[in-house]
Write a protein that binds this ligand. Structure first.
Ligand code: NAG
Ligand code: NAG
Ligand code: NAG
Length: 364
C-alpha cells in the first residue's frame, strides 16, 4: 500500500467449482499514484489464502436485561455461543478461545500436533473497553486497525512452521469489550472495523470469523428490541454473497477519507494475455495506469443515513435498507458501471465492486 493511500483493499475471487464453497483470496496492491487516481493491481495468477463457506459466523450472547448489562469479559465463556460449521458429523475440536499470545499458542500447537486439534481460535477486542470515548477515532485510523496484522500473520506462521492440520478461526470478536458501545459498535461506523477485520483475517488464512454477536450487547448484528438488522448485518450479508461465491473477482474498498486519492482503476497482473484472448477485449490503456480492466462492474456502495457515521441505518446505492412488512430482508441490488470508468468511493464509505468477467486463473 502506498503511503497516503488510505483505502483499504482486499480482492476475492470465486472457485470455478462452486460446490467447493470456498473462496480464494488473490492479492491486490496499490499501483502507481498519479494525479487524478490510483490503480489497484489484482494479481489473479495464484491465491494467497482461502476461506471456508462459513467464514461469516456470529455468536449468540443474549442476556435477560435484568441479569446483566454487559457481556462477560473477553476470554470468559459466553453463556451461549454457537458457530456454525460444515463438515462431517464428527464435531470439531476447537481451542483455546482466548487472546492470542505467540509463545503460549506455539506451545499449544506443538503439543497437540499433528491432528488432535481441528481449529485454533482466538478472540479480538482490539479497540479496548466499550466505555472508551475514542472508539471512533481508533476505527477511522488505518494504522490503528492494521495493529492486528501481526496477530493474524504470527498465528499463520506458527501453524505453518508446526506442520499442523489445525486451521485458524476468530472464535469471538466484538471489537470493544464489556458489550461494545451503543451508537458505535451497532452503528454504520463499525462496518469499517468489521469489514477491515474480515479482509485482514482472510488474507492470513482465517477460515471462519465469528462476530460477537448476532444479537446481544451493543455489538449485535440485529437490534435487540426490534430485531431489525443493524448496518453490520448488511455488510456481513454482502460479504457472504459477493466474496468468493460469484464468478470473476470482487474488490472491497473502504474509503477512510483518503485525502490524496481520487479514483480507483482496476488493473490486472499476469492475466492480460489469457483474458484478452478469452474475452476478445478486456483491457484498455489508461495513461499512467497501464492496462486497466475494461469489464463491466456491479457496484454496491454503502453509506450511512444522513451522512452520520453513528447512524444505525445504512443506504445501499442511495437507497435506505430495511425489512419489509413481512420482515423480509430487502433485495441488495448493484449498480452497473462501465469498466473504463474508475471506481469512486465516497468519503467514509464502503464499496464492493464485482467484476464478473475478470479472468482469474487462481480461481480455477
Ligand atoms: C492527509 O491529511 C492528513 C491530515 O488531514 C495529513 O497529516 C497527511 O499528511 C495527508 N496525507 C497526504 C499523503 O497528503
Ligand atoms: C433499536 O431500534 C430502535 C428503533 O430504530 C432504536 O431507537 C434503538 O436505539 C435501537 N436499539 C439499540 C439497542 O440499538
Ligand atoms: C475518498 O474520499 C476522499 C475525500 O475524503 C475523496 O477525495 C476521494 O476521491 C475518495 N476516494 C475514492 C477512491 O473515491
Amino acid at each position: 500500500m502506498t503511503a497516503g493511500l488510505l483505502l483499504k483493499m482486499v480482492g476475492f475471487c470465486a472457485w470455478a467449482l462452486f460446490w467447493l464453497g470456498g473462496s480464494a483470496i488473490v492479492s491486490t496492491s496499490a499501483g502507481a499514484a498519479v494525479a487524478g487516481g490510483e490503480s489497484v493491481v489484482v494479481d489473479a495468477r495464484s491465491a494467497i489464502a482461502t476461506t471456508d463457506e462459513t467464514f461469516i459466523c456470529a455468536t449468540l450472547d443474549w442476556w435477560p436485561p435484568e441479569k446483566c448489562d454487559y457481556a462477560p469479559a473477553p476470554g470468559a465463556a459466553p453463556p451461549f455461543s454457537t458457530c456454525t460449521y460444515q463438515g462431517s458429523s464428527k464435531p470439531l475440536v476447537i481451542a483455546p478461545a482466548g487472546f492470542f499470545d505467540a509463545a503460549w499458542f506455539t506451545e499449544l500447537v506443538g503439543k497437540t500436533k499433528p491432528n488432535q486439534l481441528d481449529v485454533i481460535t482466538h478472540h479480538i477486542y482490539n479497540l479496548g473497553p466499550g466505555v472508551d470515548n475514542h472508539l471512533i477515532e481508533k476505527i477511522l485510523n488505518p494504522s490503528y486497525l492494521d495493529g492486528m496484522v501481526s496477530t493474524f500473520s504470527n498465528l499463520q506462521g506458527i501453524l505453518k512452521s508446526a506442520g499442523t492440520s489445525a486451521v485458524p478461526w476468530v472464535g469471538e470478536a466484538g471489537g470493544a469489550y464489556n458489550s461494545g458501545h451503543h451508537l458505535v459498535t451497532d452503528a454504520f461506523v463499525f462496518s469499517f472495523w468489521y469489514l477491515d477485520q474480515l479482509g485482514m483475517s482472510s488474507k492470513y488464512d482465517t477460515k471462519s470469523y465469528c462476530r460477537q454477536t448476532l444479537i446481544g450487547g451493543n455489538y449485535g448484528l440485529l437490534n435487540t428490541t426490534t430485531f431489525e438488522p443493524n448496518p453490520d448485518y448488511y455488510s456481513a450479508l454482502l460479504w457472504h454473497r459477493l466474496m468468493g461465491t460469484k464468478e470473476g473477482v470482487t474488490l472491497l474498498l473502504i474509503n477512510l477519507s483518503g485525502n490524496n486519492t481520487n479514483h480507483i482503476y482496476v488493473t490486472s497482473e499476469g492475466s492480460q494475455a489469457q483474458s484478452s484472448r478469452k474475452e476478445g477485449r478486456g483491457f484498455s490503456n489508461i495513461p499512467g495506469f497501464g492496462e486497466a480492466v475494461e469489464l463491466t462492474r456491479e457496484e454496491y456502495h454503502l453509506t450511512p443515513k444522513d451522512g452520520k457515521l453513528q447512524s444505525q441505518q445504512v443506504l445501499l446505492n442511495g437507497i435506505l435498507l430495511g425489512t419489509d412488512s413481512n420482515g423480509d430482508i430487502p433485495k441488495l441490488e448493484p449498480v452497473q458501471m462501465e469498466g473504463t470508468l474508475p471506481i469512486t468511493v465516497a468519503p467514509y464509505s464502503i464499496a464492493f465492486a464485482h467484476i464478473p468477467s475478470f479472468y482469474a486463473p487462481a480461481c480455477r
